[in-house]
Design a protein around this ligand. Structure first.
Ligand SMILES: Cc1cc2nc3c(=O)[nH]c(=O)nc-3n(C[C@H](O)[C@H](O)[C@H](O)COP(=O)(O)OP(=O)(O)OC[C@H]3O[C@@H](n4cnc5c(N)ncnc54)[C@H](O)[C@@H]3O)c2cc1C
Length: 402
């Protein structure tokens, strides 16, 4: 069969122009590689997903020259809250205490699609990058010297030969499936419902921070401020059908309980299935997995996209070491060891733990209260906690893995 050959010698094909694929591409171009980015959709997807950028991620975005723009378009949130819904107790944590460790001692609240858009605009001006929308990768086959990549566009089937392929193609990654890499873990039985509103929740709930984790055995909540909107994330009951979850009646129930009003207008209503899964390997030969293609977790803590960006950063460094500085390809195994260990030890463990703290499973409500009040009183323990929650420690820990 004859395919249109786009090129037979690009350095790297990045599959997916979500936040992780976009960062991978921008970093690789910065290192001097030629890159083709294939994105199945016509533009970067706009749905309500990640909204939190942690300090080390902002430092990476500084290097790419887009941190200032993310900060300008987002909201600075140095302080976040753990709250107990039943008692109204508030435990406040301030990333400002980490000002000696990071140039960005705060979270930035900004939706992920803004980052994809900013990086796409930047990549459009790069001679070494070819960002192709409406281009779905449908096959990848590797041999000792490179990878053959088959692309589907609205009009034709195309072919690219690359030295390496990075699968940043999200939860249903075709790259992961072609590699036959398992994706073990579990799916929570209940779905999560995300509602957004222009109504200012801070007018109804005293002293809200921009980021609030509200624990409750009956209905926990995450209340997140992003520019122009508040996002309200709640769990649902297993077996509830989607039509009911998206109905006005359900929306009214949530807001009635939250602010005593049922006439609240919503801008979005979205239901998510939530998974905790990790790929068995993040590399195989000349192909790699990063971001949601490699790991999925619940959004409690805001770690999914951030850790995916940290994967991409680590991998770009290893590709640079091998291709430009003569390192052995065995460093790709170190990428796998470092990022997979951090995914298990930090991202998976912390998000599963956060879910239990939020819903009070296994007596964790009391445990959470005791822990939070201890942290309030102990500056050394609080600093450790902040280094952990800001993801600074996860990068230090990854560096220590040989
Ligand atoms: C409600 C919610 C809130 C969240 N909040 C946070 C948060 O605050 N902080 C955080 O860090 N994380 C958060 N996350 C997680 C975060 O959204 C994901 O981890 C992040 O989107 C992963 O980025 P990615 O680029 O790996 O994958 P994706 O964003 O899924 O992007 C993958 C891209 O690949 C494209 N693609 C797929 N298949 C192909 C193919 N065959 N060919 C070409 N292109 C393809 C897709 O169209 C898509 O554009 C949240 C998630 C949810 C559901």
């Amino acid at each position: 069969m004859e395919f249109k050959v786009i090129t037979d010698n690009v350095d790297i094909v990045v599959v997916g122009a979500g936040p992780v694929g976009s960062v991978a591409a921008a970093r690789l171009v910065q290192c001097g590689f030629s890159v083709i980015v294939c994105e199945a959709e016509a533009t970067s997807t706009q749905n309500l997903r990640a909204s939190t950028f942690h300090p080390p991620t902002l430092e990476m975005l500084d290097t790419l020259g887009v941190a200032d723009q993310v900060i300008k378009e987002g909201l600075k949130a140095p302080v976040y809250h753990w709250r107990k819904r039943e008692t109204g107790e508030v435990f406040s944590f301030d990333f400002g205490e980490l000002a000696d460790r990071t140039t960005h001692p705060y979270r930035i609240q900004c939706e992920q699609h803004h980052l994809s858009r900013m990086l796409a605009e930047k990549l459009a001006g790069e001679a070494k990058c070819d960002l192709r929308y409406n281009t779905r990768v449908v096959n990848v086959q590797q041999d000792a010297d490179g990878v053959d990549v088959t692309l589907e566009t609205p009009l034709e089937i195309q072919h690219v030969r690359a030295k390496y392929v990075i699968g940043a193609d999200g939860a249903n990654s075709i790259v992961r499936k072609y590699l036959g890499i398992g994706f073990e873990g579990f799916t929570y039985p209940e779905k999560f419902l995300c509602l957004s509103t222009e109504m200012d929740l801070a007018d109804h709930i005293d002293g809200l921070a921009y980021v609030n984790y509200v624990s409750d055995p009956e209905e926990w909540l995450v209340l997140l401020r992003v520019p122009r909107l508040w996002r309200v994330l709640v769990p649902t009951t297993e077996g509830d059908d989607d039509e009911w979850l998206l109905s006005d009646a359900k929306k009214n129930e949530v807001f009635e309980r939250l602010v005593g009003r049922s006439d609240v207008e919503t801008a979005h209503r979205t239901i998510y299935k939530v998974h905790q899964r990790v790929a068995e390997r993040f590399n195989q030969g000349r192909m790699f997995l990063v971001g949601d293609a490699a790991h999925l977790n619940n959004p409690l803590g805001g770690f999914g996209m951030n850790s995916g960006i940290h994967d991409a950063w680590n991998l770009a460094g290893k590709l640079d070491d091998v291709e430009r500085h003569g390192a052995s390809p065995s460093v790709f195994d170190r990428f796998d060891r470092q990022r997979r260990a951090i995914t298990h030890q930090f991202v998976q463990r912390q998000t599963i733990d956060n879910m239990e703290l939020m819903n009070g499973e296994g007596g964790k409500q009391k445990q959470m209260r005791d822990r939070m009040s201890r942290l309030n009183d102990d500056p050394v323990a609080r600093r450790e906690f902040l280094l952990y929650q800001s993801m600074i420690k996860s990068l230090d820990d990854a560096e220590a893995i040989l």
